[in-house]
Design a protein around this ligand. Structure first.
Ligand code: NAD
Length: 260
């Protein structure tokens, strides 16, 4: 029960990696808010947790909307009893070559990944500082926080940016016992990646199998996808670590794709 008595907000937790993290946190005793654009999906994950004896709520939240973030975090704090952990995980992928990329695509990507991280961080820090019980913020980075790939300019830019935000939160939060870290997964089979495989195949004129073998998993040590459970376990480890010894760090979970 590594998360007993903790209240955790996981954004983008109606699906994929966020859902896996929410379920793992609940198993370890946390009261969990499933915050997502997709309220129906969020309610379903919260229902799964309650069915197994845990405590969870679904919260409608577009992380790019300041009012929705503020209202959602306020609801979590009052209904679940504070905020101790934030996992800023909501994200999307939109690919294309830079010279053809619409400005609107660039802005949308940075809004979801970076504005979303800022708004949720700011709203949670206010509560964490006022509670005076410390806290832990985890950003869902990516191997693309460390390396670049073609066709992914806004994603790579945003994921690199999260490292900077994390390090500032680590420095500002230290006096309040608030830690910040980044988890950097390799490719995980979620709807986000399943959508990308045919898109990349079309963009590059190669087969879907070639996208997986010669691009996505090419540099792993064993040709394996990272799993949702792998990422959830790494996130749990960082969220539950009890001291400031682990803050301002990034942990790569990628089957050796990136060893930086
Ligand atoms: P996913 O598509 O399965 O889930 C993403 C969730 O985010 C969805 O439930 C969606 O509704 C929600 N979301 C999207 N925009 C939102 C918004 N504006 N406000 C609130 N919720 C919103 O994707 P996933 O693969 O689980 O990705 C989760 C995170 O992990 C993302 O930040 C992604 O960049 C990161 N990541 C994924 C992989 C991978 O290979 N799947 C690898 C590295 C990092």
């Amino acid at each position: 029960m590594r998360m007993r008595d903790k209240v955790a907000i996981v954004t983008g937790a109606a699906s994929g990696i966020g859902r896996g993290i929410a379920l793992a946190f609940a198993r370890e005793g946390a009261r969990v808010a499933i915050a997502d654009l997709n309220l129906e999906g969020a309610e379903a994950v919260a229902g799964e947790i309650r069915d197994t004896g845990g405590e969870a709520i679904g919260v409608a939240m577009d992380v790019t909307d300041e009012a929705q973030v503020e209202a959602g975090v306020e609801r979590v704090a009052s209904e679940l009893g504070g905020v101790h952990v934030l996992v800023s995980n909501a994200g999307v992928q939109m690919i294309g070559p830079l010279h053809e990329m619409p400005f609107a695509t660039w802005k949308k990507m940075l809004a979801i990944h970076l504005d979303g991280a800022f708004l949720t961080t700011s709203a949670c820090l206010k509560r964490m500082y006022a509670q005076n019980e410390g806290g832990s913020i985890i950003y869902m980075g990516s191997v693309h926080s460390k390396v670049a790939s073609p066709l992914k300019a806004p994603y790579v830019t945003a994921k690199h940016g999260l490292l900077g935000l994390c390090r500032v939160v680590a420095k500002e939060g230290a006096a309040h016992g608030v830690r910040a870290n980044v988890v950097c997964p390799g490719f995980v089979r979620t709807p986000l990646v399943d959508k990308q495989i045919p898109e990349q195949a079309e963009e590059l004129g190669i087969s879907e199998e070639a996208v997986v073998k010669t691009m996505m998993l090419k540099d792993t040590v064993d040709g394996e996808f990272t799993t949702i459970d792998d990422v959830a376990e790494a996130t749990l480890f960082l969220a539950a670590h009890p001291s400031n010894a682990l803050t301002g760090q990034s942990l790569i979970v990628s089957h050796g794709w990136c060893m930086e």
